[in-house]
Design a binder for this molecule. Structure first.
Ligand code: FAD
Length: 496
């Protein structure tokens, strides 16, 4: 894993130039650090992920002054390009976009970052009960793995039920759904045990759950799952479970040329030295009519503050005066899920010659879901695997060599001996990242949304909340992050 500490310290502009030159070094440090020890602006923004940067863009466009304080020595947060030994980059965090994710697409378009189709030619692979079954995805079942007929029939009913129930969940206030209490007092596991009664159907739903949330069904409130499904659409298109899980016509349909971090990097470049890196915010204090935001190396006074970090990270900032109990208790109850990404690089995407598209669903191993992460010109092969939920936690304390060995064992099982010898291997373990501590998203157990949900977006005085977790569409995704930045900018502009 690329350690933040090992990365070079260069100016944001220098970094941007390097990126433009194709160097792919997306990790430099701030334009304004020690020389800008104090700033006075209209709006201080905590966090230079897609949410914070989008908010900054819109506020600046409206003529407001901003300072974006970012803890890391790079922008992008949960979106990061990792450099490869042989040149090029691979993505360690958010990477795919798909239909109805219109705001991230519009942002990328505006910055000149192109998309290409995720490699999806050939057969998917189901590995179950020690048996490999390649299967086509252009049939009636789409990418649903071909388990036994009874399991498929049961899974189809379960999926339809979830979609129907999700339609009854208002995305802007899931806690107001007619059955909110009933759905929020049970875990997804409890509901699945009652409804996915055929073992292979339960397997399919378990795999879908860990792939979507990087969490086990027992960790999630049914209401939260239904909200997440409902949010997988836009203003005119209701969300569906299928849109969350599919590659073609789903959330994994497209990737960004040059890697997804190009989007926040280019966006940050338009903001220049308004973005301050290496500036973890420690305290936010109300003072006079505004706020004093104290970060390492820089203090910002502002009329309004946007906190654009995941809820559990927002809880690590000290607020004076205290936040209302409901807001603090909400952030105590929205932990990050558990996820890592392992990318093995090969001279060629050799699995393509075997008729495989690189997408695996497995009932075993540390990696039970993979993608072909090769670049658009396939100049090398990249197999990306997710390490999720219980499996991620089991490996949190393992050495990189141990994780690599376990991952490559899985890749050999799925793709044969050639997978044993990658030219390089990249690991990103989000649970161990100081300024994220898990991923891809905060999750809610039973009782959280109905008791604390209203505190998710409600401003507290001049403090406003952004980040993908606050989005009503595509919560948990890059699109949700962008939407939250756009929403919070409007909210702040109306209040200023
Ligand atoms: C492994 C993984 C895979 C994913 N796959 C996809 C995908 O394929 N498609 C998709 O759309 N989404 C995906 N996501 C989710 C997506 O990356 C996120 O939803 C999105 O990037 C969140 O953006 P954000 O701005 O809300 O938060 P973040 O990106 O988390 O930004 C918050 C920023 O705040 C900073 N910060 C934290 N604390 C402080 C502090 N005290 N002071 C200052 N700064 C602070 C952080 O360093 C970070 O830069 C994935 C995420 C992960 C981890």
């Amino acid at each position: 894993m690329a350690s933040e500490r090992q990365l070079s310290r260069r100016s944001l502009l220098g970094r941007t130039a390097a990126v433009a030159a194709g160097a792919g070094a997306l990790t430099a440090t701030a334009a304004g650090t020690a020389s800008a020890a104090t700033r006075d602006v209209d709006v201080a923004i905590v966090g230079a992920g897609l949410a914070g940067l989008t908010a900054a863009r819109d506020l600046v466009a409206a003529g407001r002054t901003v300072a974006v304080l970012e803890a890391r020595d790079r922008v992008g947060g949960r979106v990061v390009n990792l450099p490869l030994a042989g040149g090029g980059v691979t993505e360690g965090g958010g990477e795919f976009i798909g239909p109805t994710q219109t705001r991230i697409k519009a942002l990328a378009d505006s910055l000149g970052v192109d998309t290409f189709a995720t490699y999806n030619t050939g057969k998917n692979l189901l590995y179950k009960d020690g048996k490999k079954t390649p299967y086509a995805t252009d049939g009636l079942l789409g990418s649903v793995p071909p388990v036994d007929v009874a399991g498929l029939a049961n899974a189809a009913i379960v999926q339809a039920s979830l979609d129907d129930m999700a339609k009854q969940v208002p995305v802007d206030a899931p806690w107001t759904a007619a059955k909110a209490q009933e759905w929020d007092r049970q875990t997804f596991e409890t509901w699945l045990r009652a409804n996915a009664v055929v073992p292979s159907a339960k397997f399919l739903m378990d795999v879908a759950c860990t792939s979507i949330f990087s969490a086990e069904p027992r960790e999630l409130s049914l209401l939260f799952v239904l909200f997440y499904i409902a949010a997988a659409g836009d203003e005119s298109t209701p969300g569906t479970l299928e849109r969350l899980t599919e590659t073609a016509n789903g959330a994994q349909e497209l990737r960004f040329v040059g890697g997804s971090q190009l989007v926040p990097v280019k966006l940050a470049a338009t903001l220049g030295d308004r973005v301050v890196l290496n500036a973890p915010v420690r305290t936010i204090t109300r003072s006079g009519g505004g706020y004093t935001v104290t970060a390492d190396g820089v203090t910002v006074t502002a009329r309004r503050v946007v906190v654009a970090v995941p809820p559990p990270l927002a809880a690590r900032i000290v607020y004076d005066p205290l936040l209302p109990a409901a807001r603090d208790q909400l952030t105590q109850r929205l932990p990050m899920a558990s996820v890592g990404k392992a990318i093995a690089i090969y001279d060629t995407p050799f699995w393509r010659a075997d008729g495989l598209n690189g997408q695996v669903v497995s009932d075993t191993g540390v990696v039970s879901s993979t993608f072909d992460n090769s670049p658009p010109d396939a100049s090398y092969g990249a197999l990306m695997g997710f390490i999720e939920a219980d499996k991620a936690r089991e490996l949190d304390a393992a050495s990189e060599a141990e994780v690599r060995a376990a991952v490559l064992k899985d890749y050999v099982t799925y793709f044969g001996e050639k997978a044993a010898s990658p030219t390089s291997f990249v690991l990103q373990r989000w649970n161990n990242e100081r300024y994220t501590r898990g991923g891809p998203v905060s999750i809610a157990a039973p009782g959280v949304l109905t008791q604390y949900g209203p505190a998710l977006r409600a401003p507290v005085g001049g403090l406003h909340w952004a980040g993908t977790e606050t989005s009503v569409h595509w919560m948990g995704f890059m699109d949700g992050a962008v939407r939250s930045g756009e929403r919070v900018a409007k909210e702040v502009l109306a209040a200023l």
